[in-house]
Unconditional design. Structure first.
Length: 102
């Protein structure tokens, strides 16, 4: 569960994007059997709303630079939305699963 809290903290401090962090938390949450947890469900929603966007740096290497430039405004808008929407859930996950809660 520390990986969930670490990812949530990284999202809050800006060291990982909210869109990439949501994907990571979604993966970790499924492995931890949290798929019905109310603090976890919003991360599934953000993933669902952004799964078509090329976010992973390794994946982006295979895209044409022009296509990435055209998508950048949509990615930035989705990141702003995700930051606003997920911030309180990141705080809660960090509080629930952080090292101080163990």
């Amino acid at each position: 569960m520390n990986a969930i809290a670490d990812t949530a903290a990284a999202m809050l401090d800006g060291s990982i994007s909210y869109l990439l962090g949501a994907r990571r938390i979604m993966d970790l949450g499924f492995k931890a059997d949290l798929d019905r947890d109310p603090d976890f469900l919003p991360f599934i929603g953000v993933y669902s709303e952004s799964d078509a966007l090329p976010l992973d740096p390794e994946f982006r290497k295979r895209w044409q630079p022009e296509a990435l430039l055209r998508l950048e405004p949509a990615i930035e808008a989705k990141e702003r939305w995700a930051r606003e929407f997920l911030r309180p859930y990141c705080v809660r996950l960090n509080e629930r699963f952080g090292s101080s809660s163990n």
